[in-house]
Design a protein around this ligand. Structure first.
Ligand code: MF3
Ligand code: CO
Ligand code: CO
Length: 266
């Protein structure tokens, strides 16, 4: 994916991505109140699929990538506690008080992908879990703040890594942000660690995700036998937040921001 050309989107295409991003953020808003002790990750999946279908859209994760021997079998990723990413919803997995869960959604809206995730606390989370989730969200926002037309891709990872490590946590290396538009995963790759001033130049019209996975312990991950579920090697906690962003001539636009809660009709 990284030797592909980085495609710059036209303002018409960015408008389509804005629409897809808004749908993705609304879907997470819809799921959030269901995240309670006792709910299964399959119930969250099925609610997401129904919401998406009711609007005439598709869930891009379902059956992705097409043509693979082992495509992702569900509509959203649900990554609980030590699961770093790509957790598969399951009827037997019931959320318990104190868990943390990342929900990652990617509705396909009129041919364009809106890719976003948040980590939610289930009931009363421990102070450590809370801190990890807060730091991870701040990592995403600092990564976004580092995006400037004319800057470099390395600026993003440097900002994230510096903050995560200053808080005593580690940055996952094995999964990165990615270009996204009509294609779910394309160039450029966006590492969440790295060196300021290094990497390709950031240009207006680039659209990509930033999606740091931040671990309590080691950054090393393992993929389970299902060939999707990525877990921390030490089985300590991992959290993640993701936005899809567009670089504009003057800065950056977050395409998957939560729609304003006041006066919103959802
Ligand atoms: N939404 C994930 C991402 O942020 C990708 C999930 S691919 C799937 O890139 F196949 F696991 F759904
Ligand atoms: Co993504
Ligand atoms: Co995602």
């Amino acid at each position: 994916m990284d030797n592909e050309q980085i495609v710059l989107l036209s303002s018409r295409e960015i408008e389509k991505m804005r629409q897809a991003g808004r749908v993705a953020a609304e879907l997470l808003n819809y799921l959030e109140p269901m995240v309670k002790p006792g709910v299964s990750t399959l119930e969250l999946n099925d609610a997401a699929e129904a919401w998406t279908q009711a609007r005439g859209y598709k869930s891009a994760p379902l059956g992705y990538p097409s043509g693979s021997d082992n495509p992702f079998p569900k509509s959203i990723c649900t990554s609980v506690n030590e699961v770093v990413c790509h957790g598969i919803p399951n009827a037997k997995q019931i959320l318990r008080d104190g868990d943390i869960i990342n929900i990652d959604v990617t509705p396909l809206v009129e041919g364009y992908h809106g890719d976003t995730s948040r980590t939610f606390l289930v009931g009363e989370a421990s102070p450590l879990a809370r801190k990890l989730v807060e730091v991870t969200q701040e990592c995403l926002m600092r990564g976004i703040a580092a995006v400037k037309p004319g800057g470099k891709i390395g600026d993003i990872g440097a900002a994230i890594q510096e903050y995560a490590e200053s808080q005593g946590f580690s940055v996952v290396r094995d999964f990165v942000g990615h270009g996204v538009s009509r294609i779910f995963h394309t160039a450029p790759q966006i590492p969440h660690y790295g060196t300021r001033g290094k990497g390709k130049k950031l240009r207006p019209g680039m659209v990509f995700t930033i999606e740091p996975m931040i671990n309590e312990g080691t950054y090393e991950v393992e993929v389970l036998a299902d060939q999707w579920t990525a877990v921390t090697k030490d089985r300590k906690l991992s959290a993640q937040f993701e936005h899809t962003i567009a670089i504009t001539p003057s800065g950056v636009e977050i395409l998957t921001l939560q729609p304003a809660l006041v006066g919103a009709t959802q």
